[in-house]
Design a protein around this ligand. Sequence first.
Ligand SMILES: [Zn+2]
Length: 234
Amino acid sequence: MLKEIEQLLILQDRDRKIRALKTELKLLPGERKAMEEKLAKSTQQYEAEKLKGKSIEVERKGLEIEAATKRDTIAKYNLQKFQTRKNEEFQAITNEIKRYEADVSALEDRELELMEAADQQKRVVAEAEKGAAEVKAQFARNVQYLEEKIVAIQEQLKELETDRTRLAGHVEEDLLDTYNRLFNSKSDNAVVGLDHEVCTGCHMRLTASTSAKVRAAREVAHCEQCGRILYWVN
Ligand SMILES: [Zn+2]
């Protein structure tokens, strides 16, 4: 194989690795963002459930106070009832007491419902807390992994780029320019094999003379169709 071709194939290998790593590196911030969103969502859910639990408790306490006030009023009416001598007034007070007692009974029913709801909500909050803690722990692990991955990729890239510069230094300038242009425009395939007179880059059949030139491997030959640099395979 022509020395230039050998050099370019190694260079192409490094360039492909560099490009793949750069692509991977670009995707990592997106991964991190998705993880952050998941974490925020689970924390928000936990906070929302806690708030719901609190509002149930606030409502229940409000009802408790309301019922206590009404019970006080009933006690006052009961005293008044036996102090009055007028039958009409006695009856009016008795009716008021009945009305208040019905109110208290309704309040107590609602309080009971809220106590059940509060118990249920406690379980929901505990579940949400557990879920949020799991997501948080997972996030911490994944972020650490992600950060280590970024550092590892950056180190690899640095090594590859140093190697790439060294390798490129051995290639003649015009040929390197051609190679660079092809690598960027032909999706990482600048140097390709010639297989049974077919360019493996564009899959077109080459003329016999170009094919012979590639086989002879005395000078750098290009595909007539796509311009890629060719080397002999079969
Ligand atoms: Zn071609």
